[in-house]
Design a protein around this ligand. Structure first.
Ligand SMILES: NC(=O)C1=CN([C@@H]2O[C@H](COP(=O)(O)OP(=O)(O)OC[C@H]3O[C@@H](n4cnc5c(N)ncnc54)[C@H](O)[C@@H]3O)[C@@H](O)[C@H]2O)C=CC1
Ligand SMILES: O=C(O)[C@@H]1CCC=N1
Length: 264
């Protein structure tokens, strides 16, 4: 039995992924703060919606998917009910395994995960790190949970905040880029729907080439960039506006914010 505690955007994305992967809804529990939300999850997925205490007592694996700012309160609430052999998986940005362990006490195995919203289309990037009491079997169980919804990579916990900035938040940067490019299409007089189609297909095509060709992104970009052509005119403007430097600073800021989150 798996329980997802906190079923907002990420919790629900993981829940839907488990159901798509063939887990029986009867073997999944969810918790929600609001009654209407609980009812919606029941209807949509056929899972049991229970209290945090019941989930903590009953499930073999607890997936904690509340916001980092709500994690301390949730851990205090469930601590009296979590037996020492439960696998606890936290997907919250910035929350260390030590933060979870120190509040649950004893030797509870904790695995820290950073995934991303492409869980919804089985194309997530999930990175996982083990806490002090998590053994190989707990890492394997976590991989088995996440592999049906995308790629899974083990990383040292010291890299989790960087991974949060890079792949956890990553999809947002691409959506932001798409918005900006569609705006550019509008500026050039293109209908919005056509501009969105063109940009979306370009980003999908580029992503698949990147994933499947085995080529370095520089090689792929150079193949588009004809001497004296259009692409280099655009790249020159991006460089003039220091877009690369902006990405370095932006992702560093996200990493720093992830580091702060455990303290509220
Ligand atoms: N949205 C994203 O792309 C990603 C989010 N995350 C992490 O996932 C976690 C959740 O983020 P979102 O889903 O975006 O936020 P959200 O605000 O959509 O979801 C959090 C949910 O937890 C519920 N909640 C809070 N306290 C609760 C409690 N004591 N008992 C039961 N439910 C409770 C809230 O009502 C809400 O539905 C965060 O820790 C975030 O860092 C991780 C990777 C990506
Ligand atoms: O913005 C956030 O804090 C969460 C964590 C990674 C993606 N979304």
């Amino acid at each position: 039995m798996i329980a997802i505690l906190g079923t907002g955007k990420m919790g629900e994305a993981l829940l839907s992924g488990l159901v798509r992967a063939g887990r029986r809804p009867g073997d999944i529990m969810a918790t929600a703060r609001r009654q209407d939300r609980a009812e919606a999850l029941r209807v949509r997925y056929g899972v049991r919606v229970v209290s945090n205490a019941e989930a903590a007592k009953t499930a073999d694996t607890l997936i904690l998917a509340v916001k980092p700012q709500d994690m301390a309160a949730l851990l205090t609430e469930i601590a009296p009910f979590v037996p020492a052999d439960r696998l606890v998986v936290s997907v919250a940005a910035g929350i260390t395994t030590e933060f979870v362990e120190s509040r649950l006490g004893a030797s509870v195995p904790v695995v820290r995960v950073m995934s991303n919203t492409p869980v919804l289309v089985d194309e997530a990037m999930s990175v996982i790190s083990s806490g002090a009491h998590a053994a190989e079997e707990h890492m394997r169980q976590t991989e088995d949970l996440l592999r049906p919804v995308g790629k899974v990579l083990r990383i040292p916990e010291s890299q989790q905040d960087a991974a949060t900035a890079l792949s956890g938040s990553g999809p947002a940067y691409f959506f932001y880029l798409v918005e900006a490019m569609v705006d550019a299409g509008i500026l050039l007089g293109m209908p919005r729907a056509a501009a969105l189609d063109m940009v979306t297909q370009s980003i999908v095509g580029a992503a698949i080439m990147l994933r499947d060709s085995g080529e370095h992104p520089v090689i792929l970009r150079e193949a588009v960039t004809s001497p004296g052509g259009t692409t280099i005119s655009a790249i020159a403007e991006l460089e003039r506006h220091r877009v690369r430097a902006a990405f370095l600073d932006a992702i560093e800021a996200a990493r720093d914010r992830s580091r702060q989150l455990a303290s509220g």
